[in-house]
Every structure is written in C-alpha cells, then in structure tokens.
Design a protein around this ligand. Structure first.
Ligand code: SF4
Length: 240
C-alpha cells in the first residue's frame, strides 16, 4: 500500500481540516446544525467540492440502503428517544449492534477474522453469533502457516526467536472469507497494519468488534484517557 504523499500540492483555497482541535462547543458547531458556527479550517465550510463528490456516491442504491440501515441502527442504540428534553440513553453493546445490523442487511453468513491472541474470545463470539442465527466462518491470523521468512524477515525479527514463526496473513483471511461466501466480516483483535490489509483485500463489508491492545486488555483508549497523567509519556515521546 502506498503511503499518502504529505508533500503533494494542496489547493491553497481548501485548508486541511482540523476537526479534532475544533474549539466550537459541540452543540453550536456548523456540522451539528445549519445555523452552527464553523471551526478553524472547517470542512463543512471549506470543502464543498469534496462533500458534493462524497454525497453523489449515495446515488448508488446499494450504498444508499447500507447507509440508511447504518443510520437506523445508530439511532436504535439509544433508548427512549421520544423523551423531551432527550438525554442520551445508550442501550446496546457493540456485539448486539453487529448482530442487529447484520440482520437488518439480511446477512446470514458472517466471517470472523481473529488474532491468535484472542482464541477464547473468538470461540465465545462464534457461539454468540450462532445463537443469533448466523452461520459463522472463522479464520485465525496465522492460518496457512506462511513463514515470516517469506516477508524477508530474519530470526531476529520474530517474537519467538530460534523457531518457526508463521506470519499473520490478513490477505489470506480476507480472500478465504470471501471464497467462503461471507456476507459481512467481523474483525477481532487484528494487529495495526494487518487490519489495514484486511480492509484493503476484503470484498465483503467489514466491521470491527475489537481492536488489539496488548497492554490494556484490548482497550486502547485506556492509554488515551490516562495520557495527561500516568501515560503522559505518550505526549512526550523521546526524540526520534
Ligand atoms: S466540521 Fe467544522 S464545526 Fe464541525 S468539528 Fe469540524 S471544524 Fe468544527
């Protein structure tokens, strides 16, 4: 995969968006209401051409229906939406959300691409999906036992040095799930980069049940939440 060229010429009239550092209060933002205020370099204000191109994609009936169902599912994850004033009442876990969304789309056969470090979780997820009436095809990241040497790696690049080590093979996972007729793929704990490859190669739409974080029990936001105190080293990386 080619990395994005950050030195590529940019249109001076269209500043790069920086929504992550927007200082407008959430409820008053331009992206939340037509009367809202634009943040600095606001894409709602400055990116009309890209927005028009993006929105034109919804002319595809399949995409439009997928998006409609995703939006319906989003709303269905909150209870008592008729109440006024409404205070958010989230009521569904991610795995419930996945089951409901898959049912909405009429999917019967789910693909589960999981990490070797989450075999117990994969078995539990498979059982839950099956209890919800889905067929499940599942593939572990090391399936195929392709040696890491095929990537040009040496023994010093392995976790368990001095022994055979299979590479994670997300391309195999994606192709196999496609070949097996998976209609909707669910990722469970794939590594950073391996997940990117899966997204690139999967023909079926893919969602993520959980991402891997080896240190926090697969809760990467734990480090982010603590980044002003116990994990402040994240904001003060050593010189490159
Ligand atoms: S779209 Fe505009 S208003 Fe919304 S977060 Fe981004 S900069 Fe702020």
């Amino acid at each position: 995969m080619k990395p994005r060229d950050k030195h590529a010429p940019k249109d001076a009239e269209t500043p790069a968006p920086a929504c992550a550092s927007c200082h407008v209060a959430q409820a008053k933002r331009a992206c939340r209401s037509p009367e809202g205020l634009a943040g600095k370099d606001c894409p709602t204000e400055h990116q009309a051409a890209v927005l028009a191109a993006a929105n034109a994609e919804y002319a595809d009936p399949a995409l439009a229906e997928f998006a409609r169902q995703a939006s319906l599912q989003e709303a269905a994850c909150y209870a008592n939406r008729h109440e006024r004033p409404y205070v958010m009442q989230p009521c569904k876990t991610r795995i419930q959300e996945i089951c409901e969304f898959a049912r909405r789309l009429g999917y019967r056969r789910l693909g589960l691409a999981f990490c070797a470090g989450l075999v117990r979780e994969a078995a539990a997820v498979e059982e839950i999906f099956e209890q919800h009436g889905f067929e499940v095809v599942s593939v572990l990241c090391k399936a195929g036992a392709t040696p890491k040497e095929d990537l040009g790696l040496g023994d010093e690049d392995k976790i368990y040095q001095g022994s055979f080590e299979a590479m994670c093979n997300p391309v195999f996972q994606a192709k196999l799930l496609d070949a097996q007729g998976s209609q909707f793929n669910v990722l469970l704990g794939l590594c950073v980069g391996h997940d990117s490859m899966f997204f690139k190669y999967s023909q079926a739409p893919t969602t993520v049940l959980a991402v891997k974080d080896r240190v926090t029990g697969h809760n990467p936001l734990a480090a982010v939440y603590l980044s002003d105190v116990y994990y402040q080293k994240l904001k003060k990386p050593p010189p490159a």
